[in-house]
Design a protein around this ligand. Structure first.
Ligand code: GLC
Ligand code: CA
Length: 544
């Protein structure tokens, strides 16, 4: 299998609105990001995935784009964007853009034309359907609550919006629309970007009148066409967001012989703490054996026919220490354990802003503190359906997207050094202790574990290419596996629970420690004591 830079890199995701404000308006911006590039260089990452920075009315914070070839005024200008690409490049960092092409904003010129002139050639860029018995064409739901169909009285038709009403779905069956998307992608490629993260890409083949949304019949034809028309001959990082992917589907996207994408984000681990018959808001406790089984499946089933992406967090997910670990007394230990386990698996690792300092969820006590459209719509829908307000807020505190979107905590000055003004979303009150300045000053902080892992990846091909093998004979709460490459073997052991345990690994002779999350590890593999959330990696004798 041919080797690519996007397999060896570590990616850092920036949610621009929340990263760094430079002009005191309370909103993060591109000059703010540029001013923090030295910090990212210190962390050692090679790629930034930038959540959308295009012109947008911000119904869904930039995931509703009204002009793909202009920068949101609040974030800066195209000149700022070009400077960001150049300044990042000077530090060996590539910029991966968010590509949101399942839908646009309803304020995009195409949609405004489609609405105003039903005879315009832009009408068919979107998905329209006639009423059925005076109602919506069918029962399809929006991910942001309510029907996915919105009535347009002027034309007497409905348009499809799988997200908010202000995010009309594009019609990928229209060849002119597809060409327009490819031209826009080439506009960005010509600016020297490192690739694309493709928003809800598994939806573009939708056949809404057949009730098909994900994995539509032409999805992969479109991606192959896109590849040929845009990045196919470039060696860019392309990662598709695919909530519906299993390993077989992931191979369709990422098998190099198919010429589609580099990799997909799969979310099977992220579904484990929800009721399988409910929505993400319907909580259930995480089963550690189930988590391990999902990891093992993905680590072993792609083989050479695909490539994994590895992540705990993004701008849609809660903070991992709060979700699966301990955001109190064992915050540092659990955060480091998650980092070690993830970065030691096979695939490209992604770090979400603030994860590297162990930022936590931010609980709210009232819906007035919530900005996110998904949480706000769900709140109204569930109140109307008779849920108790306290239960709805508990769901939001566990899973709401604002948890990950609170401003980056840079230091202990007011508003965590994020802004001199009033932040658009409240800063987590724990910023006085959890912040970048404090993390950099403390050699035992979570930051330095991340820094070490990112650095190790550059000089240890075993981390990138090593074969993964799970170790079965361990307690339920322990995840243990090996990576093997070119005559070397590393053993990874991690206790996922807040309770101590012991693991017996007599087959592995004690050897040198590569990384650990408790400074005073006492290695004894044949009868290894593991403290709460303890994790380590040791080099062991290879079996071959
Ligand atoms: C993706 C994005 C999310 C957005 C949605 C609609 O899931 O990650 O933030 O709301 O698509 O664009
Ligand atoms: Ca600003």
């Amino acid at each position: 299998m041919e080797k690519h830079w996007w397999q060896t890199t570590t990616v850092y995701q920036i949610y621009p609105r929340s990263f760094q404000d430079s002009n005191g308006d309370g909103i993060g911006d591109l000059p703010g990001i540029i001013s923090r590039l030295d910090y990212l260089q210190e962390l050692g990452i090679g790629t930034i995935w930038l959540s959308p920075v295009y012109q947008s009315p911000n119904d869904d914070n930039g995931y509703d784009i009204s002009d793909y070839e202009n920068i949101m005024a609040e974030f800066g200008t195209m000149a700022d964007m070009e400077r960001l690409i150049a300044e990042a490049k000077a530090r060996d960092i590539r910029i991966v853009m968010d590509l949101v092409v399942n839908h646009t904003s309803d304020e995009h010129a195409w949609f405004m034309d489609a609405l105003a002139n039903p005879n315009s050639d832009k009408r068919d860029y979107y998905v329209w359907a006639d009423p059925v018995d005076g109602h919506e064409p069918n029962e399809l739901k929006s991910s942001f609550s309510g029907s996915a169909w919105q009535f347009d009285a002027a034309s007497g038709q409905y348009y499809l919006h799988l997200f908010s009403k202000k995010q009309p779905d594009l019609n990928w069956e229209n060849p002119q629309l597809r060409q327009a998307v490819y031209e826009m992608m080439n506009f960005w490629i010509d600016k020297g970007i490192g690739g694309f993260r493709m928003d809800v890409i598994d939806l573009i083949g939708k056949q809404p009148l057949e009730n098909t949304t994900v994995n539509g019949p032409k999805l992969h034809d479109y991606l192959q066409e896109m590849n040929q028309a845009t990045f196919g001959d470039k060696d860019l990082l392309t990662v598709g967001e695919a909530w519906s992917a299993n390993p077989e589907i992931a191979k369709l996207y990422s098998n190099p012989t198919r010429h589609e994408l580099s990799m997909v984000f799969q979310f099977e681990t992220m579904l484990l703490d929800q009721d399988p018959n409910g929505e993400k808001w319907d909580l259930r406790p995480l089963s550690i054996p189930a988590l391990k089984a999902v990891f093992v499946k993905w680590q072993t089933q792609l083989g050479d026919e695909g490539w994994n992406s590895l992540f705990w967090e993004n701008h849609d997910l809660p903070r991992v220490v709060s979700r699966f670990g301990d955001d109190g007394a064992l915050r540092v230990e659990s955060a480091k354990m998650f980092a070690i386990v993830l970065h030691m698996m096979k695939g490209t690792p992604y770090i979400y802003e603030g994860e590297e300092i162990g930022m936590t969820n931010r609980p709210v006590t009232s819906i007035d503190e919530v900005e996110d459209i998904e949480s706000r719509n769900m709140y109204q829908e569930r109140l109307a359906a008779g849920y108790k307000e306290a239960d709805i807020l508990a769901s939001i505190n566990a899973k709401g997207r604002d948890n990950a979107r609170t401003p980056m905590q840079w230091d202990d000055t007011p508003h965590a050094g994020f802004t001199t003004g009033t932040p658009w979303l409240g800063v987590n009150p724990n910023y006085k202790t959890i912040n970048v300045a404090a993390a950099l000053a403390d050699k035992q902080s979570i930051f330095w574990t991340y820094q070490q892992l990112v650095a190790m990846r550059k000089t240890n091909p075993i981390m990138v290419w090593g074969t993964f093998e799970n170790i079965d004979q361990v307690p339920d709460q322990v995840f243990a596996y090996t990576r093997t490459y070119a005559g070397k073997r590393w053993l990874v052991v991690a206790n996922f629970a807040e309770t101590a345990t012991t693991v017996k690994l007599p087959d592995f002779a004690d050897s040198s420690v590569i990384i650990q999350n408790y400074p005073d590890l006492a290695l004894n593999l044949s009868d290894q004591a593991l403290r709460p959330y303890e994790a380590f990696v040791v080099e062991v004798a290879p079996t071959e």
